[in-house]
Design a protein around this ligand. Structure first.
Ligand code: TRP
Ligand code: ZN
Length: 452
């Protein structure tokens, strides 16, 4: 989205939009450019909760630009440079508007460096959950779904613009900083340690994480040689041991179901429950509030394919994440010889799945493919009824075609993004001669409980 043409200071070109048009978060992301790489250099002291940051973004202008926006919530901006030159900037809410001297040429790569500092904010989501920067007793957790990453670095904070990352975190000696991807160096000097992490695969900014604390870290690898990095709060070490030991097995099972693992390392961060109220599928290594169950581990690892490798184009497409990650739980249970996915489906349909009748009713409160507002993008129907959509697709396609779909969808859109429409069109192309319209209308997009 663009608006206007030449600006007061004369640079030619459009003004990049202040959002990418997300139906639920209209100011998330920015128009006019595409980020290819983030280099973040962060220093944090838990004592005073102060973060000092330098973000160097490499991006490509989609058109001639006289100005463009970054998303940044809170913190104090000190300097902004574009291609090594000081740039004029102003802030309004989460929008940091940058005026590159002389403007930018469409199609050209540019670099923007932002120096900033302050006490990063915890953001309360429309649904009441907490994200952004979450201080913990011994450090902090940075979690970004859906818009929390703007609390700790400036960027194009919308899932439609994925990028590679280098994240360096400097913390007081004795603490550990863990992030996405793989370690790319560690150095201690003057009582501080810098941990550098590198993510070469495309990542949505909501999946970026930093975990700072007094962790027990372990680096092992799966039988296939995939590095496994875990960081566990000492208080959670004993209750986590058995489930984390199962991670390679779960990953092997998931590869059997969803195809080759899409990233170059895996792992987990287990912090003390209390600092956060939910687990998040942060790329490569999900973050858990206390020791997870195997089922929750299955869910977050399934997201590495469904959500992290193939990422929703907008926040309306959340069911593509949560419906599939929930269905992964059902499949795991089925493959372990427990309830079949059909039995789980039937329990939800008959309203006997949850002990609380209100929870059973909540499954039907809105269509998973069209949440009523931003407060509902993580609502019960997105998970459970989303999984029921997947099950109806299984029923419609039959077993071999469905099994192929589970592998082919993430492979087709690997390290990319897709919308609900993209998914519907793609499934239809895999089921020639089948009329899937009633399935979409009744299960994915229609209000109320479909008739059997
Ligand atoms: N998306 C996370 C998962 O399914 C859970 C989650 C993150 C969540 N933020 C939330 C759930 C806010 C409810 C509300 O693994
Ligand atoms: Zn999930």
């Amino acid at each position: 989205m663009t608006a206007g043409c030449a600006t007061a200071d004369g640079a030619p070109g459009a003004v990049g939009g202040a959002g990418v048009g997300d139906p639920y978060f209209p100011r998330a992301g920015n128009g006019g450019y595409d980020v290819t790489h983030y280099a973040l250099d962060l220093t944090y002291t838990p004592g005073d909760r102060r973060l000092t940051g330098r973000a160097l973004l490499t991006a490509r202008a989609a058109e001639d630009l006289s100005a463009f926006n970054l998303d940044l919530e809170g913190l104090t901006v000190e300097t902004v440079e574009v291609d090594g030159e000081q740039a004029r900037w102003e802030r309004e809410g989460q929008e940091l508007t940058v005026h590159p001297p002389g403007g930018l040429t469409g199609g050209a790569d540019f670099r923007v460096a932002v120096a900033y500092a302050g006490r990063p904010r915890t953001i309360t989501d429309p649904d009441g959950s907490k994200e952004g920067w979450l201080p913990t007793p011994d450090g902090a957790l940075a979690l970004g779904q859906p818009v929390g990453s703007m609390a700790w670095f400036p960027g194009n904070h919308h899932p439609s613009d994925k990028a590679a990352y280098d994240i360096a975190v400097t913390v007081p000696e004795g603490l550990t900083a863990v992030s996405n991807g793989e370690p790319a160096g560690q150095r201690t000097a003057d009582g501080r340690t810098t941990f550098t992490w590198r993510t070469t695969e495309q990542m949505a900014s909501y999946l970026a994480t930093v975990a700072i604390g007094r962790y027990r870290v372990s680096r092992t690898s799966t039988e296939d040689g995939l590095p496994v990095h875990t960081a566990v709060d000492p208080a959670e070490a004993a209750p986590s041991r058995a489930v984390l030991a199962q991670l390679p097995e779960v990953l092997g099972w998931a590869q059997g179901r969803f195809g080759p693992y899409p990233f170059s390392s895996t792992g987990a961060v287990v912090d003390r429950a209390g600092a956060l109220g939910y687990a998040l599928e942060t790329q490569n290594r999900p973050v858990f509030p206390g020791a997870p169950t195997v089922r929750l581990l299955v869910h977050e690892l399934a997201h590495q394919w469904y959500g992290n490798s193939v990422t929703p184009k907008t926040w309306r497409d959340m069911w593509l994440n949560e419906g599939f990650a929930t269905y992964a739980e059902w499949l795991w249970e089925e493959d372990q010889g427990g309830l079949t996915a059909q039995q789980t489906f039937d329990a939800l349909y008959s309203g006997t799945y949850y002990p609380d009748p209100a929870e059973n009713r909540a499954v039907w409160s809105f269509p998973p493919g069209d949440p009523p507002d931003a407060a509902h993008i993580s609502g019960r129907p997105v998970y459970d009824r989303g999984a029921m959509v997947v099950h109806k697709i299984r029923e419609a396609l039959g077993e071999p075609a469905f099994e192929a779909l589970l592998r082919d969808w993430p492979a087709t859109h690997r390290e990319s993004t897709a919308s609900t429409r993209d998914f519907m069109t793609w499934v239809e192309s895999k089921a020639p001669g089948k009329n899937l319209t009633p399935l979409w209308e009744n299960w994915l997009l229609g209000e109320g409980k479909p008739t059997a």
